[in-house]
Design a protein around this ligand. Structure first.
Ligand code: SF4
Length: 211
């Protein structure tokens, strides 16, 4: 099993999970967000590198001491990491239980992929965009109906407290009131941990992002 990885960013603190983390950004995503943070992951023409789970573990274990000392670990992002759910499950079986594994995801994937990855990860950072279906479609080019079903799955599986939900202010697409409406809808579903942020519009298309 191999996965194309756009980049690996080491020794991150307080950015995408507890303790010291290493971000692994997978290629490809089902969405086309206008202000995508890592637009290079959306095109297979980007010079990515292909790894097996064993090869990735061999590259990341240089930071094992940092992970264990700080309660940190690996954050899988992208792109959409849940497209590589079997890879993540295999990686967990190789790295063992001591590393924290985090997923930075839109949840816009089929349920079977979420069910494969969820038992293998410790926390979820879910970028919800906006709960309003029209706003979501205009910003991402996709539907959020599957996202809502996957959010319900996480609540029913008792994983709501392991989720931080990003509720962004998206310039030109939503408003502060819309952000509050999204948070209210998410609270009524059972989510309590939120990250309110404002998207940076200038990043789009520059090929930099968070790698
Ligand atoms: S979900 Fe994330 S990776 Fe995918 S297009 Fe949107 S911002 Fe980019």
């Amino acid at each position: 099993m191999k996965a194309d990885i756009a980049g690996i960013s080491r020794l991150r603190i307080g950015v995408d999970g507890e303790g010291v983390t290493t971000l692994v950004a997978f290629m490809l995503c089902p969405l086309q967000c206008k202000y995508c943070l890592n637009p290079q992951t959306l095109s297979m023409s980007y010079p990515s590198k292909s790894y097996t789970p064993e090869e990735l573990y061999a590259e990341l274990k240089i930071d094992a001491l940092y992970f264990l000392a700080t309660g940190g670990g690996v954050t899988f992002g992208g792109g959409e990491p849940l497209l590589r759910a079997p890879f993540i499950a295999e990686f967990r079986s190789i790295c063992g239980k001591e590393w924290k594994l985090n997923l930075e995801t839109s949840l816009n994937v089929s349920r079977d992929l979420l069910e494969t990855a969820a038992p293998c990860v410790d926390s979820f950072i879910v970028d919800i965009k906006d709960m309003n279906p029209e706003t979501y479609a205009s910003y991402t080019g996709g539907s959020n109906s599957g996202v809502l079903e996957n959010l319900r799955y996480l609540v029913d599986a008792g994983r709501a407290e392991s989720c931080v939900i990003k509720v962004p202010l998206i310039p030109g697409y939503n408003s502060k009131e819309a952000v509050e409406a999204s948070m209210s809808a998410l609270k009524s579903m059972g989510f309590n941990n939120f990250d309110k942020l404002k998207y940076k519009t200038e990043i789009h298309g520059k090929g930099k992002g968070n790698l």
